[in-house]
Design a protein around this ligand. Structure first.
Ligand SMILES: C[S@@+](CC[C@H](N)C(=O)[O-])C[C@H]1O[C@@H](n2cnc3c(N)ncnc32)[C@H](O)[C@@H]1O
Ligand code: SF4
Ligand code: SF4
Length: 396
């Protein structure tokens, strides 16, 4: 299976500057894994990937979503209350001024990032500051903003789609497929009209027991989407035993409760016929759809069964995220872990970012992670960030 590096050769031909930025981020990530976390584990000067979870709000309710799905807690009146805490544009601008020296890649997500009221001016400000901007969206607002997005030459859009129409809508809500399609068409129309290849368009598909049989049909449908990549994310899943062990560890080590991990105990990993999924993925990987197909994590086919059915078995270890990445939450809290934001390092509205990033709480977390078995905590076993950046377990 192809890895996340497989987009580079094509990109090098089309857009050397963008390829250079991506390679620089990959190199920093490898360096942090092999050198920084080993030789100066408490602090770091690398900051290559910064996530912005811009809002707790979303117009969809995808069933497997750790935030808003069946088991998620960021819903209803709680999400509405939390939304009152979103960071104003001026504070984000101050943060961008601080971090721009590192020329990081910014990955904007949520909730649904288009529900952050100042998304468009924020992206403009980031891009004017030399930051590479990727926006991960459910795609339902793209049609409305297509002209402006293309005119501003956003670098890339990661659009979520979880199946061909019927399957997608069962997971992501009625009518969502058609809306996303209209958005993709509008972006492509504007790109042609305005004569630019920005933004690169990619699809992200979260694999579950609800859609795995339908993945080839989805790949077929994407032939006309003019994509730069299609990522099949094998998904974040957990179970009660992992939650219990993670809870004990986090409470014992840091005195914190864990609110986020239980959102991923959805059960949508159960009952996947791993041989059938393997055959479907193989078929997809061996067909030319006109864009690279990337599976995260890239696993040996015979290990897919373990991925879904033995959730406690690590497939990636030695998380390097705290040495090279951070997530800024909608309320300004800084976390290393984008999906499991239970351990705030500090708040960007109260302190300069780099004081937080190398502050006491950050140093404590790095040291604890470094000395933890396999360089991960119990709840980290299917964490998406570690699937992208962690060390491949031998045989996987
Ligand atoms: C939480 S969403 C936020 C951005 C935007 N609302 C969207 O759906 O693209 C970020 C990504 O996580 C994916 N996702 C949702 N549930 C997941 C799960 N259990 N495991 C892995 N990824 C998941 C979504 O499909 C999406 O691609
Ligand atoms: S659109 Fe994104 S944030 Fe909203 S429920 Fe779906 S996966 Fe979660
Ligand atoms: S693997 Fe663990 S420490 Fe690393 S980012 Fe994920 S949750 Fe955080």
């Amino acid at each position: 299976m192809k890895t996340n590096y497989s987009v580079i050769p094509e990109l090098l031909k089309k857009d050397p500057e963008m390829a250079r930025r991506m390679v620089s981020a990959f190199v920093a990530q490898k360096k942090s894994l092999l050198i920084d976390r080993v030789f100066h584990p408490a602090t770091t000067n690398e900051m290559k990937l910064i996530y912005f979870r811009l809002t707790p709000l979303c117009n969809l309710r995808c069933v497997m979503c750790g935030q808003r799905g069946d088991k998620g807690v960021l819903k209803g009146s709680f999400a509405a209350e939390e939304a009152k805490k979103v960071v104003p544009l001026e504070d984000y601008k101050r943060l961008v001024d601080e971090i721009k020296v590192n020329k990081p890649i910014a990955y904007l997500w949520g909730g649904e990032p288009f529900m952050y009221p100042d998304l468009l001016p924020l992206v403009d400000y980031m891009m004017d500051s030399g930051i590479t901007v990727s926006v991960n969206t459910n795609g339902t607002f793209l049609e409305k903003h297509a002209e402006r997005i293309v005119a501003s030459k956003w670098h890339s859009l990661f659009v979520s789609l979880d199946g061909f129409e019927e399957t997608n809508d069962r997971i992501r809500g009625a009518g969502s497929y058609k809306k996303v399609l209209a958005g993709i068409e509008a972006i492509n129309r504007e790109k042609a009209r305005q004569g630019t290849h920005y933004p690169y368009l990619g699809i992200v598909t979260t694999v579950s027991n609800l859609n795995y049989k339908d993945l080839y049909a989805l790949s077929e449908a994407t032939r006309d989407f003019k994509l730069a990549w299609h990522i099949y994310n094998l998904g974040t899943y957990t179970n009660d035993d992992i939650i219990r062990r993670h809870h004990e560890r986090m409470e014992g080590e840091f005195g914190i409760d864990i609110a986020c991990l239980p959102g991923y105990a959805t059960g949508y990993n159960e009952g996947i016929d791993s041989q059938e999924l393997y055959d479907i993925l193989q078929r997809i990987h061996s067909t030319d759809f006109g864009h690279p197909i990337i599976t995260v994590p890239a696993l040996k086919p015979e290990k897919i069964d373990i991925y879904y059915n033995k959730l406690e078995v690590p497939v990636r270890t030695h998380c390097s995220v705290p040495w090279t990445q951070a997530n800024i939450d909608y309320n300004g809290n800084v976390h290393f872990c984008a999906d499991y934001n239970d351990y705030p390092l500090g708040n960007i509205r109260e302190k300069p970012f780099f004081e937080i990033y190398n502050g006491e709480r950050a140093r404590k977390y790095r040291l604890a992670l470094r000395k933890s078995k396999d360089g991960i905590f119990p709840g980290c076993v299917r964490c998406y960030q570690n699937m992208l950046c962690g060390r491949r377990v031998k045989g996987f």
